[in-house]
Design a protein around this ligand. Sequence first.
Ligand code: XLS
Ligand code: NI
Ligand code: NI
Length: 437
Amino acid sequence: MADAFPKIKQIKYEGPDSRNPLSFKHYNADEEVEGKTMRDHMRFASSYWHTMRGQGMEIFGWPTMVRPWDDGSNSMEMAFRRIPVFFEFLEKTGIDYYCFHDRDVAPEGRNLRETNRNLDRIVKELKKIQKNSGKKLLWGTSCMFLQPRFMHGAATSPNIEAFVYAAAQVKKAMEVTLELGGEGYVFWGGREGYQTLLNTDMKRELEHLGVFMQMAVDYRKEIGFNGQLLIEPKPKEPTKHQYDSDAAACLNFLRQFKLLDHFKLNIETNHAQLAGHTMQHDLEVAIAAKALGSIDANMGDWQLGWDTDQFPTDLYITTHTMLCLLKMGGFTSGGLNFDAKVRRESYEPVDMFHAHIAGMDTFARGLKIAARIRKDGRLADFVRDRYSSWDSDLGKKIEKRKTSFAELEVLALEIGEIKTNRSGRQEYLETLFNEFI
Ligand code: XLS
Ligand code: NI
Ligand code: NI
């Protein structure tokens, strides 16, 4: 184990009255909520790209986060040196899982062969340290958006050579994910979209994406990878429009290409917001299709139109998220991955701890609040009651598709003007919700 954070001890649960900023006030890993420990509800993960590779660089500014262990280079030596630092961090925060892109953990070589060799060497090291620490890989993915070769897309590039390269890259990334016992494999198509339709054959690009995903399904089977394949929706950034724009668009794509049985969705809070939805909306869409696989837990800034990837500190969002998860019966293979980064002004290593603690505590509160809302039952009762007219014989008949317009016309004439509408009580329900926050 490295000693990158010598002044920081194991973060412990100290309860809501503690004034120690480096403690959990609400996240108590072994405490049970609805018969399951918090640890098992949450399945928290830290993302290698933000936590280890994020340096606070943006268009207007150079890196602010000059880490004492990192010389900022993309060398193999640095790749090795970061690993124990990251695992020390996971150990001290009590986070059980992590996620990575192939290129976060190992640099590209002079050609694909060398790149794969680099990755293999690093994966060997990761496997060892996973074994010693008990930490696990939630999901792996491949980065097909940074390198200029993917400027026009990967699986949807007009250039067939980019498609070929992407296939080889995903093949390798799936292999190493299997090697590390990853519980899932994510596709986020950052460049699978367009900047202008003037130069784009959208139909053809989508068909190529369909073929690509089918090959991933086939390869998963071929190598005996039992992890869940996932698509992560996002509407825009870096491209103007991304094909996997939201949960509904992803589900439609999967249905169109007969892939629905093989994929689930990895829903990210900030992405749902960029799509003009709430997190709750995209979660409900995914759950209704039995396709919620995992969550990228973060939040955006409502005033900003891009992916700010902030740590989740909004209690309303985490409560809605946990309500959805509890309703679904919890994760099977997925988890809450902090696809989140500290602000570039929060440049000290200790801020990595503050940020993860904030996210974990906010989710722990969300879980407890959600459980209390469920136990109270008034909210669920209201919704159930709102649909009670459908619990009639007529309701059953319609839901079972055993009626027709003609039959309903007869009924409508009998009913006359409708006098049975009831209030939606939105303001009352919002106050009811607030009672628990
Ligand atoms: C970017 C995405 C990315 C995926 C993994 O916006 O959230 O980080 O989670 O490729
Ligand atoms: Ni993400
Ligand atoms: Ni994102």
